[in-house]
Design a protein around this ligand. Structure first.
Ligand SMILES: [Fe+2]
Ligand SMILES: [Fe+2]
Length: 175
């Protein structure tokens, strides 16, 4: 592993660890949420970039980056991820609120399945709606997949991937 990849792996480990005890949802902290999101992505056969983006989509809530109640935690995630893992990982993570708004607007069953926290934050995030830039973006379908992993990753009894799985991806995709 080169020095750059080693540095990025260590930074990713620090950010992930900092999510322990950060609560956004009621059922899981951001640490479990991250590792469960990655597990759902892998189970769905997602490619490495999509798995990594799924694991790290909420790092804007890390006290090392933005914090639990920061405005625009998506944009912060994108800004942190893009220089380290490239534009696709950054964009996919940053798009997870646009993907929620899109699903709430286009999937009739979606709103009924959303967690209480997600329902409340949707209003602050502009409500259901199809963003014109989102829906024409070449990666928007992957962003919708990520959003499904995100929504499924709120189970207090589920076990996510070992953190080493995410860190190995971070080393491999570091640029
Ligand atoms: Fe989020
Ligand atoms: Fe999330």
């Amino acid at each position: 592993m080169g020095i750059r990849a080693e540095t990025i792996r260590a930074e990713t480990a620090a950010v992930l660890t900092s999510l322990r005890g950060v609560w956004d949802e009621e059922a899981v902290d951001e640490w479990d949420h991250a590792l469960q999101s990655a597990a759902h992505a892998i189970a769905d056969g997602a490619d490495d970039e999509l798995v990594l983006a799924a694991a790290l989509h909420d790092i804007g809530h890390s006290p090392l980056i933005g914090g639990p109640h920061v405005h625009d935690h998506c944009g912060l995630a994108g800004d942190w991820l893009t220089p380290r893992f490239g534009p696709r990982v950054g964009w996919l993570a940053a798009a997870h609120v646009a993907a929620k708004r899109y699903l709430a607007a286009t999937d009739p069953g979606y709103a009924a399945e959303m967690s209480q926290t997600s329902v409340l934050s949707l209003a602050e995030q502009g409500g259901a709606g199809v963003g014109p830039d989102f829906v024409v973006h070449p990666w928007h379908r992957d962003a919708v997949r990520l959003r499904r992993y995100d929504d499924a990753a709120k189970d207090p009894d589920a076990v996510g991937v070992p953190v080493s799985v995410v860190l190995d991806l971070a080393s491999r995709l570091a640029r």
